[in-house]
Design a protein around this ligand. Structure first.
Ligand code: ZN
Length: 320
């Protein structure tokens, strides 16, 4: 009897302890209220080119459909688009101004999440290309020297031909800004110049933040501690959804891309989704098809749904 009471008391205490350590949840209060959707490129900047379509056009189509699908499910959510037409964001004239406009708009709108939509590209040419290669080797004998020094030497005559190289790179990638709590890494931010694939966002390099500026360093630290986890969480969810739909997920990657830097630097989690390789004939067709676009939208929507739920119930991203 005493044993039973003791056991029950223990269970009671443990339960009490568990309850008091449960993270606070606020299921009815939507914390994520403003989403910024950013279709990459536009206007005089077509981004990567496929065999019949451009990254700018595909990104705009998918981003628009994604926004509509998210709005339908979350009517109270405020969605801001950085562009809605085939022009640079804010109808700017240079890529640098265009990027700054996107960042300013996101910040002024008090965005709480930024999703940038792009298409990837690789190889020498969309679809494929011919490489000139050696196709044959014929020995040619000739006699050199005179008298005793006379000998036969062999040289070779090469023939060349063109060999077709299919542009095979394909699959999805989601990028987050490369950052962690490590101070050394923060200090190296301005020197890092890794830009991944040939995505043309990479061509633009606005001045990266100066970590010796205390205000910028503070923002970097906030990002490192807070936004990075959220960005990473969403990026993983997106890639998991793509994978579950049968796409080849090339995974979540970190990239110090100017296009996402300007955003996270100023204060919100951000991801850059590479929907697929526009340089791959098959994937370009998928990216342009009704079926492909609706699958992609469905995948990102599912990831967003899970992310929002996690954020709204404070399962991720609470400041330590
Ligand atoms: Zn791009």
């Amino acid at each position: 009897m005493k044993r039973t009471i003791l056991l029950f008391s223990c269970i009671g205490l443990i339960s009490l302890a568990l309850v008091s350590f449960m993270p606070p949840s606020a299921p009815n209060r939507a914390i994520l209220k403003t989403l910024v959707i950013d279709p990459g490129h536009g206007g005089s900047d077509p981004g990567a080119r496929g065999t019949f379509s451009t990254e700018a056009a595909v990104s705009l189509e998918v981003a628009t459909k994604l926004g509509k699908a998210i709005q339908k499910e979350f009517p109270d959510l405020k969605i801001i688009y950085t562009r809605t037409m085939d022009q640079m964001a804010g109808n700017k004239k240079t890529k640098l101004d265009d990027l700054h406009y996107r960042a300013d708009l996101a910040n002024e709108s008090n965005g709480e999440l930024f999703i940038s939509i792009h298409c990837n590209s690789a190889g020498k040419k969309a679809g494929g290309w011919y490489d000139r290669v050696v196709t044959g080797k014929t020995p040619v004998k000739r006699v050199v020297g005179k008298g005793k020094k006379k000998k036969t030497v062999t040289s070779y005559k090469y023939s060349y031909g063109n060999v077709w190289h299919e542009n095979i790179a394909h699959g999805t990638e989601t990028y987050v800004w490369a950052m962690n709590k490590n101070d050394a890494k923060i200090n190296s931010v301005s020197q890092i110049e890794y830009y991944g694939e040939i995505d043309s966002t990479a061509a633009v390099q606005p001045a990266l933040p100066d970590p010796s500026d205390p205000a910028e360093k503070a923002r970097m630290l906030i990002y490192a501690q807070h936004y990075f986890r959220k960005s990473l969480s969403l990026a993983n969810l997106i890639e998991e959804e793509f994978s579950a739909s049968g796409r080849l997920s090339r995974g979540v990657k970190q990239r110090n891309d100017a296009g996402i830097w300007v955003l996270q630097a100023t204060g919100m989690p951000s991801v850059l989704v590479e929907l697929g390789f526009i340089s791959n004939k098959e994937e370009e067709e998928y990216l342009n098809s009704e079926k492909g676009q609706s699958e992609i939208v469905e995948d990102i929507l599912s990831a967003f749904r899970s992310y929002k739920q996690k954020v709204d119930t404070k399962q991720i991203g609470t400041t330590p």
